[in-house]
Design a binder for this molecule. Structure first.
Ligand code: UDP
Length: 236
């Protein structure tokens, strides 16, 4: 499989067309941004770690009947994925209050949520990814009611699979972000990434943060945290 045109360069990834019209090639970068691009930096080794961790977790989900865009890991930082039309939503799944939710509702970070919370944000950097609800999503035709029902079902099932799997590595899944896309025939599948950039992972014993919050909040030990996740999940 060969990269052809660069289609899109985002904050953490580049997406290329390939010699197969149905396949895109994703290349993960070491660049890191936070606060809607206001804070910029580099996390050495991040691209390769996010590529490997994402692919490992996507394959775990596939084994558990979640359809994903994963096709094949091509090399340390590049992966072939199915071409989809991205549904312009960030689906946030939360088990424990942290980040923007803790702030918004005024509870301490680490507060256990009695039931899982799903949130939707409209993917739009200029607007700062505003939170929207299912009425907005249907009214603005970003996804149909049926598609949203499936997306919610998949998201909750993904949460169960990941929470259970990560707990075996002594990692607590606090919250995470998902993106879904549609194949030409309308099938909804999981796309984008699942990595320390897009999830909050806390060590289950010490509550130490093992994710991008170390970068966002200048906690130090950013690279070590990413490596620790790779080691716990893939033994590398
Ligand atoms: N998240 C993400 N991309 C975004 C916003 C959030 O991957 O543009 C992830 C984030 O890493 C966390 C979860 O979604 O695991 C919930 O994030 P939150 O809404 O608390 O926002 P934050 O505090 O990260 O700004």
């Amino acid at each position: 499989m060969q990269k052809t045109n660069l289609l899109y360069e985002g904050k953490a990834k580049k997406v290329y067309q390939s010699d197969n019209p149905d396949i895109y090639i994703v290349s993960y970068k070491d660049d890191a941004t936070a606060f809607n691009g206001l804070k910029k930096g580099t996390i050495m080794g991040k691209g390769e770690i996010n590529n490997r961790v994402t692919n490992f977790l996507m394959q775990l989900l596939e084994k558990n009947a979640i359809p994903t865009h994963f096709v094949k890991e091509l090399n340390a930082r590049e992966t072939a994925v199915k071409r989809v039309k991205i549904i312009p939503l960030e689906v946030i799944v939360r088990n424990i209050a942290a980040g923007s939710l803790a702030k918004r509702v005024g509870v301490p970070e680490g507060t256990k949520l009695f039931s899982t919370v799903l949130e939707y944000c409209y993917k739009n950097d200029e607007l700062g990814d505003p939170m929207v609800n299912e009425y907005h999503i249907a009214a603005l035709k970003w996804a149909t009611k049926e598609e949203m029902k499936l997306i919610a079902q998949y998201s909750l099932k993904i949460n169960d699979i990941l929470t259970d799997y990560l707990s075996k590595s002594n990692i607590t899944l606090i919250d995470f972000k998902l993106e879904f896309g549609k194949l030409d025939d309308g099938t909804v599948i999981l796309a984008d990434e699942i990595s320390p950039d897009t999830c909050r992972f806390w060590d289950s014993t010490t509550n130490e943060k093992l994710d991008k919050d170390r970068f966002r909040r200048d906690l130090g030990g950013v690279e070590d945290a990413y490596h620790e996740i790779l080691k716990r999940l893939l033994g590398q």
